[in-house]
Design a protein around this ligand. Structure first.
Ligand code: ACO
Length: 426
């Protein structure tokens, strides 16, 4: 007989099914809780709440394990490409040569952006944050390409359209923001090389595509490709559960990612490291402030809801930064500060007791700086990387025959019923 969990309330005992995942994690299925007991659960921040059963990504935060569709992040970062990982996340299998080729053809076919969309960029006020622009542009894609149907072929076209066009739009927005002519995608370049070329090629200064940077960008995007039910992915699923179109759901994910406690941390880390650099004694002051409960300051790029050990993505990124710096013979004072900060924090009782380790955002900005990506584009880079995950998670929900509209309950704590008072009597 299947195992159950017992709950005793007001003298009655109720039994709820125990759900066990393929890696042994256990959950109580409380879907009938309110119906049978009249109770709901209260879990601010969803610290203990599983919102779905998913077959996409596995994270073991205690052991520092991350796998996409069963494949370890270390192996994917070493042997795969972002394109292939995107295919894997969305289709659940590693592609054959032919499948990858067809996927690449679609990515190439979809890489241009409607010329009218360029006017959008031009009308945003100067200094607008690229994440706000990206979120608006992705929603706008629905108006330009409205025919999303559920047929598999149309789905593939929509998926590759998003993957390809968002990358083009990101580079385009950068070019327009600096007043340069837009560089178009090229059919002879890979997904990552194409992005770097669109960002940095200019009619007066042809861009030399460095293979080391292409490799680094592949790894950066692979590491960001999915991370189970994080804030932005949960947003995509919640918004998508209302049966909204894929573009609108992804746009919600982009908005959620923007926050400095989530994807916006990669920008915040660099800003913090800059502040430390420009301030004598800044390093120890930052550590002291992070430990002070009365100070809202946090060490950006440190800590994670799930990882209570070193984030495996940060480990790979740290090595990748060293590799790129050695191969390109470059340096960055921010890397030295970051390493020193990490060393101090990892030996400090506060960080040890709170299980605070560098997360994916701690070294990623330093890598992006080495590529020449401006700081305010960092979270856009994260968003491009997270697209396959968002799409796969949206699709998993959309294909689920047990799909349910997301609609949490609450415990009301406001005033009890009171009588309306006319304005002249208040
Ligand atoms: N610096 C100092 N103290 C921290 C930090 C930090 N970066 N992160 C957590 N803590 C402390 C909190 O002050 C709290 O201390 P207390 O229990 O003594 O009051 C304790 O650790 C738990 O913190 P919570 O905020 O409850 O933990 P939660 O799991 O909700 O937070 C979060 C996770 C938001 C990522 C947090 O660690 C943080 O703010 N980090 C900095 C921002 C950051 O790097 N975000 C990127 C995360 S990765 C991603 O989303 C892509």
């Amino acid at each position: 007989m299947a195992e159950t969990v017992k709950l005793t309330f007001e003298g009655e005992t109720y039994e709820f099914p125990l759900v066990i995942g393929t890696e042994g994690e256990k959950a109580i299925d409380i879907s009938k809780l309110r119906q049978t007991t009249g109770l709901i659960t209260l879990d601010p921040g969803f610290v203990n709440t599983g919102s779905c059963v998913s077959a996409i990504t596995f994270v073991d935060g205690e052991k520092g394990i991350l796998r996409f569709r069963g494949y370890s992040i270390e192996e994917l970062a070493r042997y795969s490409s972002f394109r292939e990982v995107a295919y894997l996340l969305i289709h659940n299998v590693l592609p054959t040569h032919e499948e990858l080729q067809n996927f690449s053809i679609l990515l190439n076919d979809q890489s241009m952006v409607h010329e009218d969309m360029q006017h959008f960029f031009e009308t945003f006020p100067r200094g607008s944050h690229p994440m706000g622009i990206l979120s608006a542009m992705v929603t706008a894609l629905k108006s330009f390409y409205p025919y999303l149907q559920s047929a598999e072929e149309e789905m593939d076209r929509t998926v590759t359209r998003l993957l390809s066009k968002v990358r083009t739009m990101a580079a385009m927005s950068y070019k327009i923001s600096i007043g340069h002519k837009v560089t178009y995608p090229r059919p002879d370049l890979s997904y990552c090389a194409n992005f770097l070329n669109m960002m940095f090629d200019s009619p007066v200064k042809p861009y030399h595509i460095h293979k080391e940077l292409v490799k680094a960008l592949n790894v950066f995007w692979i590491l960001h490709a999915d991370h189970e039910q994080n804030c932005s992915t949960a947003s995509v699923r919640v918004v998508g559960s209302g049966r909204v179109n894929l573009y609108a759901a992804i746009s919600a994910g982009i908005a959620a990612l923007w926050g400095p406690l989530h994807g916006g941390a990669n920008q915040a880390v660099i800003e913090m490291l800059m502040d430390i650099k420009n301030d004598r004694g800044g390093l120890s002051r930052a550590v002291k402030r992070a430990k002070d409960r009365n100070d809202p300051f946090r060490l950006m790029g440190f800590g994670h809801r799930v990882y209570k050990s070193y984030d495996p993505r940060a480990k790979i990124l740290k090595k990748m930064v060293d590799r790129v710096f050695t191969k390109l013979k470059i340096s960055d004072p921010l890397l030295d500060i970051a390493k020193e900060l990490e060393e101090i924090a990892l030996q400090d009782d506060y960080f040890i007791d709170h299980n605070l380790y560098p997360n994916v955002d701690f070294y990623s900005g330093i890598l992006l700086r080495a590529m020449g990506i401006p700081t305010n584009m960092f979270t856009v880079m994260f968003a491009i990387g997270r697209l396959p995950g968002w799409i796969a998670q949206w699709k998993e929900d959309a294909d689920d025959p047990k799909w349910k509209l997301s609609r949490p309950r609450q415990i009301y704590a406001g005033p009890r019923k009171r009588k309306y008072v006319a304005i002249e009597k208040r």
